[in-house]
Design a protein around this ligand. Structure first.
Ligand SMILES: [Zn+2]
Length: 250
């Protein structure tokens, strides 16, 4: 892993109300949950890295996905500024996956390299029809937000920098990758949508992790969950409001 210590700062660019079973497989029917769309700013050893880049604007979401609210301070550029981040100074952007609520706003990061898993890029271009909309895939008539992005494609686990490793983590999508980050407080793992809430990690009454509802292969997803538990000292979920209770991790 290496000895460089990083800090991790979550930045929210929306508040969405959805039905709870979408995030907590088979549980919470008839109840809603409020969730942010998160970017994570990772800084350490002179490097500045963004993990995911947020979603489209509310008008687009209302037309093609689900309506959500965005306060003025949740505008991506303003939210980054408030967190002390200058997007032009970002060295690397990591796309955990290519769903529409994680890969917008690339144009803000004018000097960054962009990294994604090869499998994710390929799958996003031709997903199962059930997932066409969430990828804004060509069959929907939409052009994905990253159409003008020149990605560096990765195949599996990847040492991104000293103390920062990308873990190939198929589950929520076939080509997910999740950063494992060395900090002064141990190894943090950004689970993204593999664990949208802390509730997924806490598990069910039998002590087993609870997946979200969106996945292609439940067996693979479960293996990824178990590997995450082995690797990480701390896990940050992808859509939990409680992540924002702390300004910085590590
Ligand atoms: Zn997703």
């Amino acid at each position: 892993m290496g000895g460089t210590y990083y800090t991790i700062t979550p930045v929210s660019v929306r508040t969405l109300t959805i039905e709870r079973p979408q995030f907590v497989w088979g549980q919470g029917w008839g109840t809603d949950i409020q969730c942010p769309a998160l970017m994570f700013y990772v800084e350490g050893g002179g490097r500045r890295i963004m993990v995911d880049t947020g979603c489209a604007d509310p008008e687009w979401a209302t037309k093609y996905h689900k309506p959500f609210t965005r306060k003025p301070e949740q505008d991506p550029a303003r939210a980054l500024e408030a967190a002390g981040v200058n997007p032009a100074e970002i060295d690397i952007v990591v796309a955990t996956h290519l769903h529409w609520d994680h890969c917008y706003n690339h144009e803000l990061f004018t000097n960054a390299r962009f990294v994604v898993q090869r499998l994710e890029l390929e799958y996003a271009a031709s997903p199962h029809p059930i997932f066409a909309n969430v990828y804004e895939a060509p069959t929907t008539g939409m052009a994905p937000a990253y159409s003008n992005t020149r990605f560096e494609v990765l195949d599996g686990d990847h040492d991104l920098a000293d103390g920062l490793k990308l873990i190939f983590a198929p589950g929520h999508t076939p080509g997910m990758q999740c950063p494992l980050i060395n900090t002064a407080k141990g190894l943090y793992y950004i689970a993204g949508d593999n664990a949208p809430l802390y509730e997924n990690l806490e598990g069910n009454r039998f002590g087993r992790p609870i997946p979200g509802m969106i996945y292609e292969n439940l067996g693979t997803y479960y293996e990824t969950f178990r590997r995450m538990e082995r690797l990480a000292d701390h896990v940050l979920p992808g859509h939990d409001m409680k992540v924002l209770d702390q300004r910085q991790y590590g």
